[in-house]
Design a protein around this ligand. Structure first.
Ligand SMILES: Cc1cc2nc3c(=O)[nH]c(=O)nc-3n(C[C@H](O)[C@H](O)[C@H](O)COP(=O)(O)OP(=O)(O)OC[C@H]3O[C@@H](n4cnc5c(N)ncnc54)[C@H](O)[C@@H]3O)c2cc1C
Length: 561
């Protein structure tokens, strides 16, 4: 897909445009590609199109404001007057930020799940555990994925490079001790998207990578490039393709080495405070989006150029699709809602002689034992000595896959739909655990007890009810979080080869439509065991490539496991 718009020479209006856009301005600019949502999914597509293409113009529409342009873990303190600071507790900074900004907008079984409406979406608070899916994740339970891990190899590698993913960042006696205790379980240090430093645990305070920072950098890059005076010498055309280097140079504020390039038009537009309520179709094409400027509730019709990408997260993308009538064309829209089973346990160790190692931490992952359905889960173990207590607190978190079920779904609330501020029905979620899920839950609890014992915990773990709040589980307890609380929801617009059992094709294009794509975890046919953000990013890059080069060999490659 290429644009016939000229990229050389900027219009006088381009020069006057501020860094950020409004919905009204975007209606005037008419970007080729409109992306709904600025979380890790939307940002990955925008980033790929901006850095690898040179012609397509891209508009990102985000319902929330700009709260931060970096990950919240990079702040030293966040004030939340609604919650007192818990002395000695871990992660209060992030917890307090989340409790100040989380929005509970879903009815039904996912009512405890939440969204963050802000530039960057939930990526600004996500924990930075950036793992690829295990190979079995693409095969389990019945080969629902139309692509395999090898199809994503290039995009995973790019995602790891761009997001500075490193393994083994956590070092020191405590980590060595934990790895030794757990070596029978194949413990390994998780891939972690933190740039600098070592030996931190929950209260890591610097160096978190985030897609919001990438989007912000690209936006500045575009602004600077489109405002450069013409004829200032140098090698811009070559450099422009190496956006990483170029962006770093822009970040550092180094002088440009120039280029013989004429001034170019802006290519990346980001409109915060822009809520998309509906996609209007004409035949098999989206022709306009009905948006609202959330600051004044003004509705703005936004013409669709070449394509529109849903990247609002699985439940919100499905809600938008349903509110746009796409459920009438395909009964699978909103179906196969999936989630991670999420069980946390806490232990406190006082007798191992390592509790004085302040500033060190434990951070390991235990992979699934094998590919059997009851073993489709992993366990993350993290913690650090608690100040002034002479003890080592460890949190064990088991994350398990759920069986894909047609009955698990997102629907519009009815028969008397409760509507949001923009008259769009809220999402009603229906979710039950299958017999297989229940067997897995039992196995996960059993494994948590086993691992706690292996680490030196000499008591049982009491199964307690989850109480909402920012705190970690009490020592000696385990708790299963309610559906949606893993923040790893998936499915609803699942990809597949045939319309009979899927909504989108292997690139995220809605079956039967010419220009409407989905880019977030809604396209996952089923949830994998690993955390989702790296796979979301890789799929976003893959979609970006497909939009730029629809017939490239990689785009056409068959499924490779
Ligand atoms: C506390 C926490 C820790 C996590 N830790 C990890 C981790 O360690 N590893 C990992 O892989 N994952 C982690 N996750 C999950 C990760 O954050 C999500 O998988 C990821 O953010 C999903 O990206 P997304 O872009 O699909 O959705 P989101 O990040 O939710 O972004 C969607 C965006 O779309 C916007 N939007 C929605 N509807 C509309 C509309 N109608 N119009 C315009 N804009 C709209 C929203 O405001 C939002 O900004 C964590 C999540 C949380 C909350």
């Amino acid at each position: 897909m290429t644009s016939d718009k000229s990229v050389s020479g900027s219009s006088p209006k381009d020069k006057e445009r501020p860094l950020l856009s409004t919905a009204e301005e975007l209606a005037e600019v008419r970007p080729d590609i409109l992306i709904i949502g600025s979380g890790p999914a939307g940002t990955a597509v925008a980033e790929y199109l901006y850095t690898e293409g040179s012609k397509l113009t891209v508009g990102v529409l985000e319902r929330g404001p700009v709260i931060t342009t970096t990950h919240i873990g990079n702040f030293t303190e966040v004030r939340d007057p609604t919650r007192p600071q818990v002395p000695g507790d871990f992660g209060f900074r992030r917890g307090r930020f989340i409790s100040a900004h989380e929005r509970f907008i879903w009815d039904g079984d996912f009512e405890k799940g939440m969204m963050i409406h802000a530039l960057g979406g939930r990526g600004i608070v996500a924990g930075a555990h950036l793992a690829r899916f295990y190979p079995e994740d693409f095969l389990w339970p019945e080969n629902h994925w139309p692509l395999g891990g090898r199809d994503l190899e290039r995009f995973y590698t790019r995602a790891e490079q761009v997001r500075h993913v490193a393994c083994g960042e956590c070092q020191g006696h405590l980590q060595v001790w934990a790895m030794g205790r757990l070596h029978h379980y194949n413990a390994y240090p998780p891939p972690w998207g933190i740039d600098v430093g070592s030996g931190r645990g929950f209260s890591a305070g610097r160096g978190y990578d985030s897609s919001v920072a990438h989007l912000w950098t690209l936006l500045h890059d575009d602004y600077v490039q489109s405002h450069r005076p013409p004829h200032d010498g140098g090698d811009m055309p070559r450099q422009r393709r190496r956006s990483g280097r170029q962006s770093a140079r822009v970040r550092r504020g180094a002088p440009h080495d120039g280029g013989d390039m004429p001034r170019r038009r802006r290519r990346l537009f980001v409109a915060p405070d822009t809520y998309v309520a509906r996609i209007d179709l004409r035949g098999d094409k989206a022709h306009q989006l009905i948006c609202y400027d959330t600051r004044n509730n003004q509705s703005v019709p936004l013409p669709v150029g070449k394509a529109v990408i849903l990247a609002a997260s699985p439940i919100e993308s499905a809600r938008l699709a349903l509110n746009s009538g796409l459920g009438n064309q395909n009964e699978n829209v909103g179906r196969y809602l999936a989630d991670h089973i999420y069980i946390q346990a806490g232990i406190r160790l006082t007798n191992h002689g390592l509790s004085h190692l302040q500033g060190q931490c434990v951070n390991v992952v235990i992979p699934p034992v094998d590919a059997r359905p009851e073993h489709r889960f992993q366990v993350e173990i993290r913690g650090e000595p608690r100040e002034n207590t002479g003890s080592l607190y460890l949190q064990l978190t088991a994350e398990g896959a759920t069986d894909p079920q047609w009955g698990n779904r997102v629907a519009l609330s009815e028969p008397n739909p409760e509507k949001d501020d923009y008259k769009v029905p809220r999402a009603n979620t229906h979710f039950t655990y299958s017999a297989g899920d229940k067997a897995r839950i039992e196995m996960m609890k059993y494994r948590l007890q086993q691992l706690a014992t292996a680490l030196g915990w000499e008591h049982g773990l009491q199964d307690v009810k989850y109480m909402h709040g920012p705190g970690t589980p009490e020592e000696g307890t385990l708790r299963q979080l309610p559906p949606g609380r893993s923040h790893h929801e998936a499915g609803t617009l699942r990809m597949g080869k045939a319309r009979a059992d899927s909504v989108t094709n292997p690139y995220g294009l809605f079956h039967g439509l010419a220009n409407v794509y989905a880019a977030d975890a809604s396209v996952f046919p089923c949830v994998g065991v690993a955390n989702p953000m790296l796979t979301i990013t890789a799929l976003g890059y893959r979609l970006g490539e497909h939009l730029l080069h629809p017939r490239s060999p990689a785009s056409a490659s068959p499924r490779r496991a």
